[in-house]
Every structure is written in C-alpha cells, then in structure tokens.
Design a protein around this ligand. Structure first.
Ligand code: URP
Ligand code: ZN
Ligand code: ZN
Length: 498
C-alpha cells in the first residue's frame, strides 16, 4: 500500500505535526478489497494509507470499525421549487440528513420550470446550496427544451461543471415528449454531458389512473396499480433505443424491478453505455406495504412504485452481476401531515394527486448495509462500490470522491458494523415529519463522518456547520465519451458521415 508521510512545518520551519488526523487500527474498505490500515489526513485530503507512525494532531481509534469513503448520493432532490407541493428539505436540513447517514457528497437538481431560463435557475440554486455542510454538484433538469436552453444556455452550463442532464418521460408539466427527448439527447452529446432519465410511459399511466379512479379505487394503495412495471419497462426500452440511435450515454434512474433491469442488461450486452440505478426503497418495500390504515399509505407513494419480493431478489442479483451499479436515495421529501405535502389534495384525495417521493438520505447507507452486508447478500467492497465509488465515477467525481487513497478528499465514514440502531424520524435529521423506515432495526451504523477532514457527524450528533460544503465543478471525463457508433453511416447529431 502506498505510504506518504509529509513533514508539516510551522512558520519557523520547525517540524510540527505529521498529520492533522490519524484514523488508526480500522479496516479500510475500498471498492475492490478490505485490509487493516491506518488513514492519515492533512489539509482536508487523505495523505497516507498503511501502517503509519508519526505525530498526528488528533488520533481516532478505529479498532473494530470499517473505514470507508463517504457515501456519494447522486439522486437527491433538495430545495426544489414547485408551484404545488413543497419539498421539506433545503440544503441545510438536507445536508445534515446526508451527514447523519454517512453521505458526504450529494448531486441535486437545478430544476427548470416551464418558460424559465436554465442559467437563472442554476444561478439561484448556487445561492440556495450555500447552506450545505456536505459537498455538492448539480444535475440540470430540463422541462422546457427550447432552442435557447439547448443551444445557448446548455453549452456554458456544462462547461461550468454541470455535466449531467435530467429528463422526465412522465409527470404533467415536467415531462418531455419523444421529440423533445431526442433534442435533449443530441444537445447532451454535443456538450459531453450524461443524460439521466425518469422512464415511465406517461399516457399509459394517465389512462390507468383515470380508470382506477372511475372504478372508485382511489386510496394510496392503488398507486402501484396505476404505474405497472410494463409502463416502466416500455419507457426504458424506448429511451435506450433513442440513446442508441444518437449514441448518447445514459443512466436510467430508479430501476424498480426485474423487467427494467433486464432491458438494461440487454443494452449493456450490446456494448451500450447504459447504466442503471436503483434505490433502497425498491429493495425493502413491496406494493402491498402501501395497504395501511387511512391515508398512511401515502407515506410510501413514490414513482416508479414499489414492486414485488421477486423483483427485489432480481435487483440484488443484477447488483451482484454489476448491471445495476448505483444505489441512490432519490430523497424527494414532502411532509405527511401537511397540505403542502402528502395531503396536498386532502386525506381523501385520489392517489394520482399525492406528491411522489419519500425521504431517504440518512437511511440509505444504514438500511442498505443491513440488507446487503449484515444479511450477507453482498460483501463490504461491493457495498462501497454501489454507494460511493460507482456513483462518483459515473458523475465524474472519482477519485476526488468515492475513494480512500492518497490525494482523495478526506471524506471518510468510520462505521461500526455491529452497532444496532432502531431508526426513528429524529435520527434522520431531516425536515420531514416521518421516515418510511420508522422502527427499522439497522445493524451497521456511522460513528463519525468527515467531509474534507472536518467532522460533520459524531456519535449520533450532527456537528457540521452550514456552508462547509463546496460546489464540485465537474471536468470532462472519459466514462461518458460516446461510442462513435450509429445505426447507419450517418452521424445525425453532428450531421456528418462517419
Ligand atoms: O417519486 C419520486 N421518485 N419522486 C421524485 C422525483 C423523481 O421522480 O425522481
Ligand atoms: Zn424520477
Ligand atoms: Zn428523483
């Protein structure tokens, strides 16, 4: 293992301390393996990993602990504006919640409303994000794919470091039709940005919802019936075909079950740059869980919806095979007991009017570790790969993020694999009034969390300061370079024969 030991000197040139912090005696988990090693931190970066001696300013005894790169959550909705329901986390509470769950980097959505300038949205979002205590980057959500946005605004926004675009194939007022999807794919390819997609068949879902409501089936538990897997599978198949036709790398967000994962596997088998993300809730909740007394099922309304046990088993298998590479939270919180939240249309409102989305930032690592590592479905390096290294690589932040290695940012989670904790809403440190995981018994929990060497969570308390988080401008990166392969000899994006 590489060992670097810089000599830090004070102003008079005398040797001061060797490191700001030495994490001693833990088991360092990388995306590939795990081994006993010390980790030295100075100036916010990891400077050495190995059997280390020297004089640190502070020593942390990590015996019996896992020492892992901080979680990288590439699907987090914070401070997202809407004319309807309101999200209950901005960057203040949202980043506290991230820290409390061992996540040190979030990628959030600078969300363009209809008719808005994307540049203005990003400018405004930078201001909002200044509250963050963890580091952050932005996806650009495009809901109005005008020539001004795609040809004039997008090039400079990507150049400034916002190297991913998010599009929706469903939701009124937000979705793009296929013609607009094609224009966005082309613009993303020209500007070297990744496209992340919410894939569901809009018209089928709308029609299904109308039929359910007409039949009097309006309760939250019918939400999964209104968004059947076939609506997701079709849209995944369609977006893969469009991306293949234009040769654009894409990530499919929140893959909920076997059929969509199978579409991704087939795309990958054709050599396409199509990546899949799933979320902890698809591994822990099934459609029947929405069958709760009264309106309580609304707490579990998210889209695509929870599926079946068989889908969960299939997702674990696709993760182990490396086809699903990323676990995110899709933290999209609204309050339950709130007319601006889940009760937007009242307690008797139909499921079609319930805002989609649940909180999940703080629960992501503890629940996924418990379900994955503690229950022996995956090993610790696979855990690190899925929650930290792969997401960092896919959005162009690796090895600055997602690695315990000299030169990487000192974003570190000291994790007790044996600590048993009952999850409660208070432990989530978010702005919401519920967690879908109330009462869940987690085995494996963060003890201390560092962002660039500064402790933000310690022994159950969020101790980070608002504003410690930094914006992460992303440079061009090879992973999302197009293949240079089109269905015909014509490259339609650049209008040339290849
Ligand atoms: O239900 C969800 N997923 N809500 C958040 C927005 C989205 O679709 O990602
Ligand atoms: Zn989505
Ligand atoms: Zn989302």
């Amino acid at each position: 293992m590489l060992i670097l030991q810089p000599e830090l000197r004070n102003r008079k040139g005398e040797q001061a301390v060797d490191y700001d912090l030495l994490i001693r005696g833990g088991t360092v988990v990388s995306s590939q393996d795990m081994a006993k090693a010390d980790v030295a931190i100075s100036g916010g970066q990891i400077v050495a990993v190995g059997a280390l001696s020297g004089r640190p300013r502070e020593v942390v005894d990590a015996s019996g602990m896992l020492v892992m790169p901080g979680g990288v959550d590439t699907h987090v909705h914070l401070d997202q504006r809407s004319r309807g329901p309101e999200m209950c986390d901005g960057f203040g509470t949202g980043s506290a919640s991230a820290a409390a769950g061992g996540t040190t980097t979030v990628v959030c959505f600078a969300w363009q409303g209809k008719g808005e300038s994307l540049s203005e949205v990003v400018k405004d979002y930078h201001q909002r994000a200044r509250q963050s205590m963890v580091d952050y980057a932005f996806h650009l959500t495009i809901t109005d794919a005008t020539p001004a946005v795609l040809d004039q605004e997008l090039p400079s926004l990507v150049e400034e470091g916002n190297r991913s675009v998010k599009i929706f194939m469903t939701y009124d007022g937000v979705r793009l039709d296929d013609a607009a999807v094609i224009r966005v794919l082309a613009a993303a390819r020209r500007n070297k940005a990744l496209v992340c997609v919410h894939a569901e068949h809009h018209d089928l879902i709308s029609w299904m919802g109308e039929q359910l409501i007409a039949a009097g089936l309006t309760a939250p538990k019918y939400h999964p019936w209104g968004k059947p897997m076939i609506a997701e599978r079709e849209a995944v198949n369609r977006i893969v075909a469009l991306a293949e036709a234009l040769d654009v790398p894409i990530q499919i967000f929140h893959v909920s079950g076997a059929q969509s994962a199978e579409e991704i596997a087939r795309a990958q088998a054709r050599g396409l740059k199509v990546w899949g993300e799933t979320c902890v809730h698809y591994l822990t909740l099934v459609a029947e869980d929405l069958d709760r007394p009264g309106f309580e099922g609304a707490k579990l309304v998210f889209g695509p919806p929870a599926r079946t046990k068989a889908d969960q088993e299939a997702l674990w298998d696709y993760m182990r095979r490396g086809i699903i590479e990323v676990i995110s939270s899709d933290h999209a919180p609204t309050r339950y007991d709130d007319p601006k939240g889940k009760k937007f249309a009242g307690e008797d409102g139909p499921f079609t009017q319930i805002p989609n989305g649940i909180p999940g930032l703080a629960a992501r690592l503890p629940v996924f570790f418990t379900e994955g590592v503690t229950k022996r479905r995956i090993d610790p390096p696979t855990f690190v790969r899925l929650v930290s290294t792969n997401p960092a690589k896919l959005v162009g932040l690796h090895p600055k993020k997602g690695a315990i290695a000299p030169g990487s940012d000192a974003d570190v989670v000291i994790w007790d694999p044996a600590k048993s904790v009952t999850l409660t809403n208070e432990r989530m440190h978010h702005g919401g009034d519920y967690t879908p995981y109330e009462g869940y018994q987690a085995t494996g929990y963060p003890i201390r969390v560092l962002v660039r060497g500064v402790t933000v969570f310690d022994d159950g308390k969020v101790v980070g300061k608002a504003g410690h988080g930094q914006y992460l401008a992303r440079a061009p990166y090879a992973k999302i370079t197009p293949l240079g392969r089109f269905p015909t000899p014509f490259n339609p994006v650049d209008r040339k024969i290849v």
